[in-house]
Design a protein around this ligand. Structure first.
Ligand code: MG
Length: 454
């Protein structure tokens, strides 16, 4: 059996990779691992959600665990409810931003963090060994419905008080935030125009992954209605994307860096967490507030873990997954949207003015072919070579691939997880710097790949 769990839980094509049988096994294995007496189960709007939910819930009841059914709500709502309701585990049926034919199971701990590698490995072992716990008939679990959305919205109203009546266009993309997203902002006093806010597991309106291309309609509506902000979420609403008051898509790195600086300013310094791929504008902005930046591997669980460990004030990935640790530890799209409005209010800025303060650097990406059996070794060997080629480096990290921070930029070399490729990412303060780093690093990688073939 191959590896079930990735960094975002179990993920695959519904009824091909992820079948009701597998959902059952994962449910039984987690119930045994967490010694679960009470769990919360939610799903996004995908067509396969009900099928997988029924299988999962059946297994959980068979294990003797009571199940609180939260329905179709965002992943952060499920994670928050898991902690607030004192459950032993939370299950989110979602494939996040993937196309509609996919689904997945993401598991959360009682502290609202998703399962880390160690938890997932233990569950995976139980799935393959089949050492499940089945309860005697007198001790089967019971399933009841729970209003997790209400619990979550109450937390949000307490946390974010807006003074201004913002005109916001909200685009949940027919996903899990179809209700919670517009409702939250409306209840906070915003004038809300909702777009693609009907739950539809075929994602007919746009791709579930929010980016400049998939949010063209949202941009046009923000502009046409003269609204102040546009916000969009991915399928399970743990990511947020913004459109400014001019109808322009806001670069993910710059919104992350800008909000990070605001969070540091509010708390009088501290730490911000991001991953190895994010722009160095995160450091530039954090540094101006006297803050520190910790960089993790790619994957939102690593961000949440590092935030908890380092007591950071904020953290996020440049795909729009932002974590606000004062509230819970799961990336949260709707809450990020509300908190961004609060930041704009306090800074007395429009969204484009807020973003303009963040420097824009030049990014270059290269994919270099390298045999699968060689790619990890080649990347490992490149560490020493890169250090001697760039002797003035300011930081060296192997937390995910090889990353070198330089005076006017940085470079990251990673082996592709799925393809016979080595991926190079470079950022520079200017075009010339970025080109220079790219040229030098590309040469070295090619040389290393050739040496490996001999
Ligand atoms: Mg997601």
């Amino acid at each position: 059996m191959g590896k079930l769990f990735g960094s975002s839980g179990v993920r695959g094509l519904a009824n091909v990779d992820l079948t009701p049988m597998l959902a059952c096994k994962v449910g039984l294995a987690v119930a045994a691992y967490a010694n679960a007496k009470k769990v919360v189960v939610a799903r996004d709007t995908r067509v396969s959600g009900f099928m997988l939910q029924d299988a999962l819930v059946s297994a959980l009841l068979a294990s003797g665990s009571d199940v609180l059914l939260a329905g179709a709500v965002p992943t952060p709502t499920l994670a928050y409810a898991t902690r607030e309701l004192g459950a032993d585990a939370g299950f989110m049926l979602t494939a996040s931003h993937n196309p509609p034919q996919y689904n997945g199971i993401k598991v959360f701990r009682p502290d609202s963090l998703s399962y880390v590698d160690q938890d997932q490995n233990a569950v995976e072992q139980t799935v393959s060994s089949g050492a499940f716990r089945l309860a005697p008939w007198q001790n089967l679990g019971k399933a009841i419905h729970v209003d997790a959305a209400d619990l979550y919205l109450q937390m949000a109203f307490k946390a974010v008080k807006l003074q201004k009546r913002w005109h916001v266009v909200v685009d949940p993309g027919c996903g899990a935030a179809y209700n919670v997203g517009p409702s939250m902002l409306k209840a906070m006093g915003c004038k809300v125009t909702a777009l693609n806010a009907q739950p539809d597991g075929h994602f007919p309106a746009r791709k579930s992954e929010p980016n400049a291309e998939s949010l063209k309609d949202l941009s046009a509506v923000v502009k046409a209605l003269d609204a102040e902000v546009g916000v969009a979420f991915d399928g399970d609403a743990d990511r947020v994307a913004f459109i400014d008051e001019k109808g322009a898509f806001v670069n993910f790195d710059r919104s992350l860096a800008g909000y990070g600086a605001y969070a540091l300013k509010r708390s009088g310094g501290g730490t911000v967490v991001t991953n190895v791929e994010a722009s160095m504008c995160v450091e530039t902005m954090a540094g101006a507030q006297g803050g520190k930046v910790i960089r993790t591997r790619v994957g939102d669980i690593y961000i949440s873990e590092a935030i908890k460990q380092s007591d950071a004030v904020f953290g996020g990935e440049p795909c729009g997954a932002w974590v606000h640790p004062q509230l819970h530890f799961c990336p949260d799209g709707p809450l990020s949207a509300a908190l961004m409005l609060k930041a704009l209010e306090e800074e007395n800025k429009t969204l484009s003015q807020f973003i303009e303060e963040v420097p824009e650097y030049i990014t270059k990406r290269e994919n270099l072919s390298c045999k699968n059996e060689l790619k990890y070794k080649a990347v490992e060997a490149l560490g020493t070579l890169l250090k001697s080629a760039f002797p003035d480096y300011t930081d060296f990290s192997t937390v995910d691939g090889v990353r070198l921070a330089l005076k006017q930029g940085w470079l990251l070399v990673r082996a592709s997880g799925t393809e016979p490729l080595i991926r190079l990412t470079v950022e520079g303060e200017t075009e010339a710097v970025a080109n220079d780093i790219t040229r030098k690093a590309t040469e070295l990688i090619k040389k290393q790949v050739e040496a490996g073939l001999k």
